[in-house]
Ligand binder design. Structure first.
Ligand SMILES: [Zn+2]
Length: 361
């Protein structure tokens, strides 16, 4: 009969009992289930708390035979990990099903989603386009980053032309040997007309809307970017009379049938002759008020007959064709129509301002 010390015999028995207990607990843990968060808390208390089953096993660990301690230790850790994993897994299942079935009522009426509004500049731009489209103009969108050739040179701005100083341009790259190769942010959409004339045969009747950039200090009356709509008509026998009639029709469509127009001689490098167009003040009806500086007139656009140089530069025979061009600032027209007195409002994205504009356009 084996004679063992009381201690050794005791330890062997204890070790077998502990290993059996661990095996039983592992099976138990693998089969755990829970219906809700409370069940899970109960399981956590039963297995993982200070007074839980696993801690009880660890309390018996000191009775394990010395040569078995390592193997039993590994088993205990395995059990602890299995219990933690299982309880976390159950918790995840409950959380998923709870949010899936209890928190969301799919039969409830949805919250209304607020519809946005068009930007006032877009509303006015679309209105301008719509008026000219009804008169047969098509649309062309040119590049915002363009070269000097199209923005200045083809439009009769000579390399040292003083008109170039009229516009503080954002240059992207400058070519010391050949200014026409300078790359820049377009300072007007007239460059689009050069692109269009270069690639299309007359008759041309085109509208070029778009954003333009100038290096100006930002204030209520000036901004480093704004929007223009330019128009161009090139065909045989196009005269200044045609230009005036088209602009009068536009002014009446835009500001009301009683609107009068006035053309004043002006200067632009790309048109000859050139004019600025005023409309009768739509606030005082032409009687004179603070808005029109008591003149009864407000300026809205520039225009003129296309300079023969421009036609030639774009490959159109100026002996055969003539044309007119006009250009207006969308911000200017919007200010007149809606009496907005600060340009910065258009780009601050303040919804209190933007929400005031509603349109089907
Ligand atoms: Zn007025």
């Amino acid at each position: 009969m084996q004679k063992a010390t009381a201690n050794g015999y005791h330890s062997k028995q204890q070790t077998i009992m502990i290993l059996e207990k661990i095996e039983a607990l592992l099976k138990e843990v693998a089969a755990l289930s829970a219906k809700n968060a409370e069940d899970i808390e109960q399981l956590r208390l039963k297995y993982l708390s200070k007074k839980g089953e696993i801690n009880a096993v660890m309390a018996d660990f000191r009775n394990v035979a010395a040569d078995q301690k390592r193997a039993v230790g590994i088993k205990i850790n395995e059990l602890k990990q299995a219990a933690t994993d299982k309880i976390n897994e159950l918790r995840e299942q409950i959380e998923t099903t709870e949010t899936g079935t209890e928190s969301i009522d799919l039969t409830r009426t949805a919250y209304p989603i607020g519809l946005g509004t068009r930007h006032p500049l877009t509303i006015v731009k679309n209105e301008i386009i719509s008026i000219f489209q009804r008169m047969g103009f098509t649309l062309y969108n040119g590049p915002e980053i363009d070269d000097d050739k199209h923005v200045f040179t083809m439009l009769n701005f000579a390399a040292d032309h003083p008109a170039r100083d009229m516009q503080d341009t954002f240059f992207i790259s400058q070519n010391k040997d050949d200014v026409t190769k300078n790359v820049l942010l377009r300072s007007h959409t007239s460059g689009d007309e050069a692109h269009y004339m270069e690639t299309h045969e007359p008759p041309i009747r085109v509208l070029c809307p778009g954003r333009v950039y100038r290096n100006e200090a930002i204030s209520a009356r000036a901004h480093c970017f704004f929007h223009q709509v330019e128009g161009l008509y090139v065909d045989k026998n196009v005269s200044f009379t045609d230009l005036k009639q088209v602009l009068l029709t536009f002014a009446r469509e835009m500001f009301g049938p009683d609107t009068k127009i006035r053309l004043r001689p002006s200067y632009f490098p790309f048109t000859e002759p050139s004019a600025e167009m005023d409309i009768s003040c739509n606030i005082c009806g032409g009687k004179g008020c603070g808005f029109c500086k008591h003149t009864g007139w407000v300026e809205i656009l520039g225009c003129g007959m296309v300079d023969p140089h421009d036609l030639e530069a774009c490959g159109i025979d100026p002996e055969v064709y003539t044309g007119y061009a006009f250009g207006m600032g969308v911000e200017r027209i919007t200010n007149l129509k809606y009496r907005v007195n600060d340009l910065r409002l258009f780009s601050e994205n303040d919804t209190r301002f933007l929400e005031q504009f509603q349109s089907a356009y």
